[in-house]
Design a protein. Structure first.
Length: 323
């Protein structure tokens, strides 16, 4: 039995068409240049110079705009194909605003406020996931790491969760400083002290004295396992914040040879996103059929549960469980 070929998605087709147009203009410019070389070789200088001028015109008027259009198409369609799998709505903001004071108040790692002029916000993707907003923001942060000034580039992830774990904690990767410096920073700014529990080998945990349960620790482990050294994670009530060092929200458009695939187009710049959403909505517990405490009935709905009998608080089930 022959295996049926999968039909390319609409986003993939748009990107392929944009890349095909780019390749056509590049080929036309290359052929014109090659023709110019040939005519110079046979001493037909007038024709050679004409083809040189034509190659330049094709490059400037067609190839460069086609390259820009291809990169723009890749940017839009990769957001739709990748982040769109986890969100009902996606929005890219190329000129977001965030004041250095806003980042400093997060107290993720030692911030050098004297160099706040170097703080910069590049771009942001806003996702709407089950009526909750997740913000992914690329920033450059002036920091003090091991007592030295440094510009740290990365992605800030922020969301307000439907669940509210009891613990107030920080998980900070080794790339953000020595334990002694971080201990002094968190004690002064957040009144947190080194915790007795551990999540990753290259991360230091700080807490208010409470300790999360083993299932929460396992969920945090899944979020931080790929880049534990370069992640600072803050958990305070419903607020979940991560800073991932040297992370970009979008993968660059492939300019080399090779056919574009759906897997490449939908590859996430922030691969931690599924684990973050699993933790925020506690979908692991929902899949297991566990009873997950929420403060309000509306928050149960936002977490993927549906009221079957409004008078019976226990009668909640997931929409896909309906017959």
């Amino acid at each position: 039995m022959k295996k049926q070929k999968s039909t390319p998605s609409e986003p993939l087709l748009r990107v392929r068409h944009a890349k095909a147009l780019l390749r056509a203009t590049q080929l036309a410019a290359a052929l014109s240049f090659a023709g110019a070389v040939y005519f110079f070789y046979i001493a037909e200088y007038r024709t050679g110079w004409f083809l040189i001028a034509l190659a330049l015109l094709i490059t400037v008027l067609l190839a460069l705009p086609a390259a820009g259009a291809y990169r723009g198409q890749w940017k839009r369609q990769s957001i739709e194909a990748g982040y769109g799998m986890y969100a009902e709505e996606t929005e890219l903001d190329e000129n977001p605003h965030m004041a250095p004071e806003q980042f400093e108040l997060l107290c993720l790692f030692p911030f050098d406020f004297n160099a706040s002029r170097d703080f910069d916000v590049h771009r942001e993707i806003r996702l709407t996931c089950r009526e909750r907003t997740v913000r992914l923001t690329e920033v450059t942060v002036p920091a003090r790491i091991r007592g030295l000034e440094a510009l740290v580039e990365g992605t800030l992830v922020q969301m307000n969760m439907p669940r509210a774990p009891l613990s107030r904690l920080m998980l900070t990767g080794a790339a953000f400083g020595d334990p002694e410096i971080l201990t002094a920073w968190y004690r002064k700014n957040l009144r947190l002290l080194p915790a007795m529990f551990s999540v990753q080998q290259q991360m230091q945990a700080f807490s208010d004295g409470s300790e999360p349960d083993m299932r929460t620790i396992a969920q945090l482990h899944r979020i931080t396992e790929k880049r534990s050294r370069d992640i600072a994670l803050s958990l305070a009530g419903r607020e979940l914040i991560l800073f991932i060092r040297n992370a970009e929200i979008l993968t660059p458009a492939p300019m080399g040879p090779g056919r574009l695939t759906q897997a490449r187009l939908s590859r996430l710049g922030i691969p931690e996103l599924p684990a973050i959403l699993d933790f925020a909505f506690d979908t692991e517990a929902l899949r297991a059929g566990a009873v997950v405490p929420f403060d309000e009935e509306e928050e149960r709905k936002q977490a993927g549960l549906q009221v079957v009998n409004p008078e019976a608080d226990a009668d909640f089930r997931r929409p896909e469980d309906e017959p």
